[in-house]
Design a protein around this ligand. Structure first.
Ligand SMILES: NC(=O)c1ccc[n+]([C@@H]2O[C@H](COP(=O)([O-])OP(=O)(O)OC[C@H]3O[C@@H](n4cnc5c(N)ncnc54)[C@H](OP(=O)(O)O)[C@@H]3O)[C@@H](O)[C@H]2O)c1
Length: 215
């Protein structure tokens, strides 16, 4: 499957394009700066230049699926969270629809799926932006999966997760970016994950089994 990865230069994005390549998919890394291209090309990974704040329609040519893993990051003004995490994600959904690309995986955040009463500063605006983009995707006709990981870490993946529409006990739990990337690779073809919103944390179930349990 040719997979457009939006946010490919990010910490999940880089892991994801490499894992996609290893699993014989055709990743297309969307990056916003020319100097970010070579690191992918050196590994035989296709790239496309595109900025969520400009027109990136061209990125949707010849692809079968889209993964949105971009984010404004924690060091930008709150207004940028609206521009990227909300409006950039919504533009990506619009573009996928216009181009007739049905499969769309959104990397959201677990707490965006929880009651807004539980949100607090300084994260409130971020969860709100994520939740608005997720809502737009749920109201689309795309074969979407809203994937909602908890707090991300950079440790090595262990390949075992908890992946459910609702995880009851979430306190103090995390998930490695490695394992988030692996879950995305495995979800791409998993029809039982279409039209679902799934919370993701580290757990005790091997990733493939956690995905087949969605049936
Ligand atoms: N941090 C957490 O604990 C946590 C928890 C749950 C979910 N998430 C979500 O997980 C996703 C991935 O996280 P991560 O840690 O991989 O994030 P990251 O390392 O900050 O990567 C985000 C990527 O988005 C790109 N981006 C920003 N603005 C852009 C624009 N205008 N056009 C195109 N690309 C743009 C950045 O590009 P540059 O490299 O050029 O800056 C960067 O590569 C995000 O959506 C985040 O909200 C995070």
């Amino acid at each position: 499957m040719n997979v457009l990865v939006i946010g490919a230069n990010g910490q999940i994005g880089k892991r994801l394009v490499h894992q996609l390549k290893e699993s014989n998919h055709g990743p297309v890394a969307m990056v916003r700066k020319e100097e970010q291209v070579d690191q992918f090309k050196e590994n035989g990974i296709d790239t496309v230049l595109g900025d969520l704040e400009d027109d990136f329609t061209h990125a949707f040519e010849d692809i079968d699926a889209v993964v949105f893993s971009a984010g404004s990051g924690g060091h930008t003004p709150k207004s940028q969270t609206k521009v990227i995490d909300r409006d950039g994600a919504i533009k990506a959904i619009d573009e996928a629809e216009k181009a007739g690309r049905k499969r769309f995986i959104m990397v959201s955040a677990l707490k965006a799926n929880r009651d807004s009463e539980t949100w607090s500063e300084p994260m409130e605006h971020y969860y709100d932006a994520k939740a608005k983009a997720d809502e737009r995707l749920r109201n689309s006709d795309l074969d979407y999966t809203v994937l909602m990981p908890g707090r991300l870490t950079n440790e090595e993946g262990i390949g075992k997760v908890e992946l459910k529409e609702r995880i009851e006990s979430i306190d103090n739990k995390t998930i490695t970016r490695d394992d988030v990337a692996t879950v995305i690779v495995e979800l791409l073809d998993a029809k039982q994950s279409y039209k679902k919103s799934l919370e993701l944390l580290q757990g005790s179930t091997p990733i493939k089994e956690a995905i087949s349990n969605l049936n």
